[in-house]
Each structure stands twice: as structure tokens, then as C-alpha cells.
Write a protein that binds this ligand. Structure first.
Ligand code: CDM
Ligand code: ATP
Length: 284
């Protein structure tokens, strides 16, 4: 795997996360759930940039900046944690271009925190490996270690025990993301899970595991956000390889053989309704 910490720019993409499958196995005594998931990452997302400064600060712009706090933001939480653990005395003037909808099941804040760790590791001249950054990321959220790698991987435990999958498995495939502009709380959706263990992920290629898999959070999310049924029907109508909800929702995804097919499906969805956010891309 190439070392993502090596790079020259003062910018980093917070890649959108997709759970190609998400099996919830058990509620643990601490309230978290044991899951089995396939994480995959689009080549699109939020963008974080940095300039030299004495203090740590954050400005937010972009289509989903509104309503996000710039003081307890996950970007600053990640920056403070990295500075503290690495004995960094300098600051950083951070900027977040918020392009992904907030609380939408595609990582969002988790991807931002992870991208901040990669960016500042470089900017402050630290030499943490990706594995070390993933470890540092653990307390920031269940999804943050996977977002540090931003590579297709299998996640177990609470989603933080990661096995990286061969890089080329999703090469050439594309995805369309569609969100009904309804924010969904991850904790609420896990709490509404029916407690039934429907079994582990399958074995085989990523595509085979994804196609034979499920998202166990889809049912509780549809109960809370009924318009998700329309989103999934719209995607099914575009004859994708598969369509499903990502994470705790409400973003749904569809997979295609080409980016052109994803673009065609996006046009159809946008003709059908204005009240959606969409993003298409290829896999990293
Ligand atoms: C649904 C997924 O996005 C799938 O990748 C993740 O499991 C959630 O990751 P996340 O948003 O980074 O989650 P966190 O911010 O750590 O947790 C938010 C809340 O979700 C619930 N939570 C999260 C992860 C997990 N394995 N079990 C849980 O029950 C907990 O109630 C927790 O308080
Ligand atoms: N940089 C950030 N971007 C988005 N949300 C943030 C950020 N920093 C803090 N938050 C808070 O985190 C909460 C969860 O948002 P986020 O977008 O990470 O959820 P999500 O898309 O459901 O993620 P996941 O797929 O990991 O469950 C939001 O309600 C928001 O208040």
C-alpha cells in the first residue's frame, strides 16, 4: 500500500466512506455494537487545507458549513490530539471545505478527523505511519481509523479492527451517492436495531461479499426516514450492480461498472427530484 502520509501539498481530501455491507452482530455491555463491515472510499469528499500559524484555528466554508461548530469540530479534536501526543508546540490555521452532508452515514466528520491527522502529520514534519495515526484516531470515533487508511478494508469489533483488502478489487467500478437532505443520528439508529443477529459477512471477492451482504441498520433508518424507500427505489431503477444504504444513513449508494453509468443515473435522479444531494466517483 502506498504511504499516504508522503505528499507535498498543504491540502488533503477527506474521502467519502461507503459501507458496502454492514452486519450488526451484538450490542456490547458498553452500549457500542459489534459489527462486521466492508469499508470502501470514493475519490471525492471534503477538502482540508492548512497554513502556518501560532494557534490552532479552524474556518469552515462550503455547501454544508452551516450549523457546524468550528470550536468542538472533529477537525480540531484530531489536531489537538495529534499535537498533544506528538509534543508539537506550533499551531496551524486549518480550513475545511464542507462538501459532504453532515450526519449522513458517509463518514463526514470521521473522514475530516482522519484527513486532519494525515495532513498535520506531514505539515508538522512528524513521521507517524498510517498504522500509528489509525491508533491515535481510535478515541475520535468508531469510523476514524478506517478513514485514516481510506482504503477498501474489512472492519470488525466496533469497526476499528481492520484488514486491508487488495487495492485493485474495486478498480474501475463507480458509485453514486444520494441523500434526502435529512440528518440522521448514528446513536439513534443503533439504538433502534432490533437485536437480531442475522449472521456474519460472507467470504470471497469484495463485490461478492457486498452483494451477498446487507446493511442491518437500513430497516431502523427507513422506519425513521421513510423517504429512504423512494431513494432506494430510484437507485434500483437505474439497474446498478447493487444499491443499499451506507452506515447509519441516510445516504444511499448504488454501484456501477463505469463512471458514465453513475453519471447517467445521477441525471435521472436529479430530474426526478430537487430535494436530494448527490455525488458520484470512482473508488480509491
Ligand atoms: C455506522 C458506522 O458509520 C459504520 O461504519 C459506524 O459504526 C459509526 O461510526 P461513528 O459515526 O464514527 O460512530 P461514533 O461517533 O464512534 O459513535 C456514535 C454512536 O453510535 C453508536 N455506535 C457506534 C459504533 C458502533 N460500532 N456501535 C455503536 O453502537 C454509539 O451509540 C455511539 O455513541
Ligand atoms: N467536521 C465535521 N463534519 C461533520 N460533522 C461533524 C464535524 N465535526 C463534528 N461533527 C459532528 O458530528 C456529528 C456526526 O456527523 P458525521 O457527518 O460525522 O456523521 P455520519 O456521516 O453519520 O458519520 P458515520 O458514517 O461515521 O456515522 C454531527 O452531528 C456533527 O455535529
Amino acid at each position: 500500500m502506498p504511504d499516504l502520509t508522503l505528499g507535498m501539498t498543504n491540502e488533503e481530501t477527506a474521502y467519502a466512506k461507503i459501507n458496502l455491507a454492514l452486519h450488526v452482530r451484538e450490542r456490547r455491555p458498553d452500549g457500542y455494537h459489534r459489527i462486521e463491515t466492508i469499508f470502501a472510499f470514493l475519490d471525492q469528499g471534503d477538502v482540508i487545507s492548512v497554513e502556518p500559524a501560532d494557534q490552532l484555528t479552524l474556518e469552515i466554508s462550503g455547501p454544508f458549513a452551516k450549523g457546524l461548530s468550528s470550536t468542538d469540530n472533529l477537525v480540531l479534536q484530531a489536531a489537538r490530539r495529534l499535537a498533544e501526543l506528538s509534543g508539537v508546540a506550533q499551531g496551524a490555521r486549518l480550513h475545511l471545505d464542507k462538501r459532504l452532508p453532515v450526519a449522513s452515514g458517509i463518514g463526514g466528520g470521521s473522514a475530516d478527523a482522519a484527513a486532519t491527522l494525515r495532513l498535520l502529520n506531514r505539515f508538522w514534519g512528524l513521521d507517524h505511519s498510517l498504522a500509528a495515526l489509525a491508533d491515535i484516531a481510535k478515541p475520535l470515533g468508531a469510523d476514524v481509523p478506517a478513514c485514516v487508511y481510506s482504503r477498501t478494508c474489512r472492519g470488525t469489533g466496533i469497526g476499528q479492527d481492520l484488514a486491508i483488502i487488495a487495492e485493485n478489487e474495486l478498480q474501475g467500478y463507480a458509485a453514486l451517492l444520494i441523500n434526502p437532505l435529512v440528518a440522521v443520528s448514528t446513536g439513534d439508529i443503533f439504538a433502534a436495531w432490533d437485536g437480531i443477529d442475522r449472521g456474519p459477512l460472507g467470504e470471497g471477492t469484495v463485490m461478492a461479499v457486498a452483494r451477498s451482504g446487507r446493511n442491518d441498520l437500513q430497516k431502523p433508518a427507513v422506519a425513521l426516514v421513510p423517504i429512504l424507500t423512494d431513494m432506494l427505489q430510484m437507485l434500483d431503477g437505474s439497474e446498478p450492480i447493487m444499491a443499499q444504504m451506507s452506515g447509519s444513513g441516510a445516504t444511499c449508494f448504488a454501484l456501477y461498472d463505469t463512471l458514465a453509468a453513475a453519471a447517467e443515473a445521477e441525471r435521472h435522479c436529479r430530474q426526478a427530484t430537487d430535494n436530494i444531494w448527490t455525488m458520484k466517483g470512482e473508488f480509491r
